[in-house]
Each structure stands twice: as structure tokens, then as C-alpha cells.
Design a protein around this ligand. Structure first.
Ligand code: RBF
Length: 153
């Protein structure tokens, strides 16, 4: 299965960076896995210090950009995590389009990298396949991208 080629990072690459994870609470059991996996990678693979990691939750993915805007200045990098599953109405399209555009806008305006950890999928099954429940877990890639971008300044 294809994935990113990871930059060369070490077990101490993240030791001096402050990381903010903001996650939505919709599709909670998938979110829980993604947040735990991202956190484990940051701490264990890259040496991020627990005291330098903050986790905040918001109701749904729609709220991710605003929460980041409120908090991002105090961190070197943020990771936004959400699971958007397409339903029968147009909500999915409006939410996913605006959330991704909002996250891009915040990173460019703030000058702080925002890692895109929002799964936009057609079915719950597809979300599970991207959260390591059965299939490839994307969260370690988000942790790696966060460390790489935070130390690249
Ligand atoms: N938030 C998500 O994070 N994932 C979803 O799949 C999701 N689906 C939604 C479907 C509908 C019909 C509505 C009304 C909201 C949904 N939300 C979802 C919540 C949304 O991101 C936000 O929290 C609420 O709309 C309140 O602003």
C-alpha cells in the first residue's frame, strides 16, 4: 500500500517541540484510535515530551479550524484530527470542503504548520481501514509530518 517516504527523523527529533492535537468527537471509537496512535508515535518514536503535548477536543470536524485559530500561536505545530463520513445529505461536502480550506488558511496565516488528519470517507469501513482497525494506520504519518514540519523552520 502506498504511503509517504518519511524524512530522516530520530528518537530525539521532537524533544524540543510543542505540539497541539485538536480532535473532533464524532465517530468517537475511530478518533480514539487515531489520537492514541498519533500520541504514541510523537512520544515514543520522536521523543516529544509529554509536558509539551496538548490534546483538545471539539464537538465535530467543523469546529477544528476555530479551535486551532484560538490556540495555535502557543505551539510549533498542530495536528487536526477528524473523521467525516458521507451521509445521505450534502453536509459531508460542505463540512469537508470548508474544514480543509479552513485548516489550510490557518497554517498559512499563522505561519505554523497544521497537519491534516481529517479522514473524509464514504463509509465507516473506509475510516476503519485508515485508522489501523483493519488496514493501514495513517496516524504515525501525521506524527512524522508534524515533527518534520516543526523542526524545518
Ligand atoms: N462531524 C464530524 O466530525 N464527522 C461527521 O461525519 C459529521 N457528520 C455530520 C452530519 C450532520 C448531518 C451534521 C449536522 C453534523 C455532522 N458533523 C460531523 C458535526 C459538525 O462537524 C459540527 O460539529 C456540527 O455541525 C456543529 O457545528
Amino acid at each position: 500500500m502506498k504511503g509517504p517516504e518519511l524524512a530522516e527523523l530520530s528518537k530525539t527529533s521532537g524533544q524540543n517541540i510543542k505540539v497541539l492535537i485538536v480532535h473532533a468527537r464524532w465517530n468517537a471509537y475511530i478518533i480514539k484510535r487515531l489520537v492514541e496512535s498519533t500520541t504514541a508515535s510523537l512520544l515514543q518514536r520522536y521523543g516529544v515530551q509529554e509536558a509539551n503535548l496538548t490534546i483538545r477536543s471539539v464537538p465535530g470536524s467543523w469546529e477544528l479550524p476555530m479551535a486551532l485559530k484560538q490556540d495555535i500561536q502557543n505551539y510549533d505545530v498542530a495536528i487536526a484530527i477528524g473523521v467525516l463520513i458521507k451521509g445521505e445529505t450534502m453536509h459531508f461536502e460542505y463540512i469537508s470542503q470548508n474544514v480543509s480550506a479552513g485548516l489550510m488558511q490557518i497554517q498559512l496565516e499563522s505561519g505554523k504548520p497544521v497537519i491534516f488528519g481529517v479522514l473524509t470517507v464514504l463509509t465507516q469501513e473506509q475510516a476503519e481501514q485508515r485508522a489501523g482497525i483493519h488496514g493501514r494506520d495513517h496516524a504515525p504519518d501525521w506524527a512524522a509530518a508534524a515533527v518534520e514540519m516543526a523542526i524545518a523552520k
